[in-house]
Design a protein around this ligand. Sequence first.
Ligand code: NDP
Length: 280
Amino acid sequence: MDRYVVLGNPVAHSQSPFIHAAFARQTGQTLEYGRLLCPLDGFARTLRRFADEGGRGCNVTTPFKQEAFTLVDAPTPRARRAGVCNTLRLDAGRWIGDNTDGIGLLRDIERNAGVQLAGKRVLLIGAGGAAAGVLGPLLDAGPARLVVANRSPQKACSLVQEQAGTSAARPTGAEVAATGLGDCGSGYDVVINATTSSLQGATVPVADSVLAPGALAIDLMYGPPARPFLAWARGRGASARDGLGMLVEQAAEAFELFRGVAPDTAPVLAELSQRLAAVA
Ligand code: NDP
């Protein structure tokens, strides 16, 4: 049977096996999808062993996405743009590396939340692997302004320079800037928390004024019940959602890369939300 895994450390919490099994049932695909815990210094050898044992493809989660990009034989254009891979497919002995995080977030915002980004003011908080994956697709959606704010402002500057430093990299003409958390401006229509602050039980230290009236606030994190960013945003009148929709959408794009067939995400997102609510 064709074998797929999610590689990470930690990986026990990953919902990817549940999601891919649901996609496989829905589309009539026969496959096995499991979890593979990598030692922190052992991503490359774990990936090699998985390929030697007949593995067909994998998803990569924290903290290996950057390393995955350096190991693949053929990155897709969107992986090259991000410098980070979250989806790998073995093709005639060569690893194809893709990044589906950006398209996943975009679909969750535009399709699931019903907010079109064209002409909007967008604040992206964070400059780690997740932010690197979503910045390009967010720019392609045509916001009027996109600001990347990070605790270490230099990392936000580097990210903007690498991915949006030229006008060719901003085909829709979006205005782009990088800042620290304390001076990121006000009145954003969409505020995206791509930091690990919620994992630490902390709120991102940005001013309440970053939220425009009726703003959409998204925390890319999902799962545990204590989500201070979502509570902060709801308390200030924003519409808030976690990263579960993005998770399912990026998985759907990965599934299509693996199997050549696009699953329907809505029933799987509903089932996963219920499942996580039941264990919370
Ligand atoms: P990284 O470790 O690569 O980056 C962490 C980022 O968080 C950095 O920008 C860091 O700032 C910032 N940060 C950490 N702690 C704080 C804090 N207390 N206050 C403010 N900023 C902080 O993580 P990833 O980019 O891989 O992941 C970010 C989040 O996105 C995670 O919660 C992850 O679970 C989620 N994610 C969700 C996905 C989904 O499908 N829903 C997909 C991918 C990721 P600095 O540079 O200053 O250290």
